[in-house]
Write a protein that binds this ligand. Sequence first.
Ligand code: GDP
Length: 424
Amino acid sequence: MDNCAVVGINWGDEGKGRMVDLLTEHYDVVVRYQGGGNAGHTVLNEYGKFALHLLPSGIFREHTVNILGNGVALDPENLLAEIKDVSSRGVTVTPDNLKISDRASLLMPWHRDLDALEEQRLGDKKYGSTKQGIAPFYSDKSQKKTVLAGELRDPKSLSDHLHELLEWKNLTLTNVYGAEPYTEESLKKWFADFCEPLVPYLCDTGSYLEEALDQGKSLLFEAQLGALRDLNFGIYPYTTSSDTLSSYAPIGSGLPSLKLTEVVGVVKAYSTCVGEGPFVCEMHGEEASRLREAGSEYGAKTGRPRRVGPLDLVATRYGVGVQAATGIALTKLDVLGYMERIPVCTRYILNGEETDRFPFPSDLEKAEPVIEYLPGWNCDISGARSWDELPKAAKDYVLFIERSLACPIIYVSVGPERESIIRR
Ligand code: GDP
């Protein structure tokens, strides 16, 4: 019984969706275990181009079962819109190939409101939230003030629970933020429109996955965002509010005792970051615009231009460690084809001293990058399908990263299409 987690090593947007789409061929079940509609996994395949926010990237494979685990912020509006979108483009989505944990909590309309209201209140000090309600959702979950998806099966007790929640939430909305309160009628309509259609998909995903393992099926866990955005080990407070690490995959899926056998850490050949917070290697001006354009670095969810920079090996080494990666998928190597020489950050200077350790979050503000340059390859490598087809300078760049990370690079991606991959 094989199982594997595909996780982000950096700030997210590393190309996880593309890797999961490729790897799903070898797995029976694909599970999303944390996060919600705040990320966008871009997948390009025979059905077209998709930015999947909640649906697992295995949804395109005919024989793959897709699971939204208990750790996910279940956003019914986003999920239904996504099901509708992929279905209208020829992809089959039924309760046979999509299962939603009955232990997943529902992301309510007020979570999105509170996210936006708090960012507005913070003004210049905002975190750069995607305003998808993720932070208010997870804080309510910790306060035990969310609705579990399984409650949808019992309308009477759900209605009592909602009554209590509504009273409590309206206190914050009106008294803290001066916003409009929700009414029971508006909530009832919201449940009828967006939640009831999801009832047929509800499932005890823990039991389902246990049975799948007993039957010898293989599981692929698909993470959202990256190690540097993890709530506990990321650049706090510029993190997300969920656990983006591979070690959370068994918990957020419903199989807390599972040991992962493989962890593929996805690393982009250069660095990008969306939102606020320290980004030691950030490029500016013309140099940044050129890289942003070459890599089409605009947020899949928000369309925001991403901050860009050279590959930060200090942060990446840290990410590989906390993700417990057993192998690396290096993506977007083709994007660097225009560079005469490739900048790489190998160390930081902090308080006048060189270090290769990733520092405490607030020290990052003071860190300066040490940049080294490797020869560029100055050509289009997007047609390469084997290691030997890569120019020497591109191979040297990959090998340099591999040595520095002390983790084997097992895939090199040279384009967004499924087949644009080199297996090593
Ligand atoms: P994710 O959230 O980690 O799945 O990453 P995103 O979907 O936000 O960003 C990755 C973007 O890069 C998507 O538009 C992909 O289609 C694209 N992409 C992935 N791998 C490659 C690659 O090797 N080369 C190029 N040029 N684009 C890639």
